[in-house]
Write a protein that binds this ligand. Structure first.
Ligand SMILES: Nc1nc2c(ncn2[C@@H]2O[C@H](COP(=O)(O)OP(=O)(O)OP(=O)(O)O)[C@@H](O)[C@H]2O)c(=O)[nH]1
Ligand SMILES: [Mg+2]
Length: 200
């Protein structure tokens, strides 16, 4: 898929959200799991979304406008969010992020879908389950992306995906194995993103 993508803006307060009503797909997940890397892999531009070894890199809702080329498909936004569960930022800052994310997820009417990103090396933790239960409760359209597949043996990937599914109480049909390093799962995530952006 050839797309043109650009960083549009960084939103720290709900009043700053774009008003053009393009469809949006947001990335949620624990800090450092690879949300920003997933955006870069999808777009095929390494430095587009800022990534880091240090958790807490993404500090606001970062808007990327994506326009598929050579088709009638319309533009949409990928929205990179700060990660949850990062202990090293101050309680006040954590609270600010939580309010921004909660407010965004529960009120944004142009939000078409949410990608819940999980590091497949580790079984889901309580905050991950909490996010998953929130998605179910809100009847949100979501996809779980279990990433960093390159960090474990290929033959073990299905086992890890199953552990993630059980830990999040989701069906394995709603999970894709992914790697920002090898590009594993990229096409499948793209298919979901494009269909979701069209409201399918
Ligand atoms: N091996 C491997 N490393 C990855 C993968 N995805 C991300 N990483 C690494 O994991 C670290 C965190 O990635 P980010 O994309 O910054 O994570 P994030 O979820 O955006 O983190 P916050 O913005 O802090 O919430 C970086 O060092 C990435 O290079 C992957 O699929 N495989
Ligand atoms: Mg990030």
């Amino acid at each position: 898929m050839h797309v043109v993508a650009e960083f549009v803006k960084s939103v720290a307060k709900l009043e700053q959200l774009p008003k053009d009503r393009l469809p949006e797909i947001a990335l949620a997940g624990r800090s450092n799991v690879g949300k920003s890397s997933l955006i870069n892999t999808l777009i095929g531009k390494r430095g587009l979304a800022h990534t880091s070894n240090t958790p807490g890199r993404t500090q606001a809702l970062n808007y990327y406008r994506v326009k598929p080329q050579g088709t009638e498909r319309g533009a949409f936004y990928l929205v990179d969010m700060p990660g949850y569960g990062f202990a090293a930022v101050s309680a006040a800052r954590r609270n600010e992020w939580a309010q921004l994310i909660d407010g965004y997820l529960s009120t944004r009417d142009t939000l078409q879908g949410i990608i819940h990103v999980i590091d497949m090396r580790h079984p889901p933790q309580p905050l991950d389950l909490q996010m998953s239960e929130w998605l179910h409760h809100a009847e949100a359209n979501f996809l779980v992306v279990a990433t960093k597949a390159d960090k474990i043996a290929k033959t073990k990937v299905p086992e890890h995906v199953l552990t993630v599914a059980e830990g999040l109480h989701v069906d394995t049909d709603n999970i894709l194995a992914f790697s920002a390093e090898t590009g594993m799962g990229r096409d499948e995530v793209w298919r979901w993103v494009l269909a979701t952006a069209r409201g399918e």
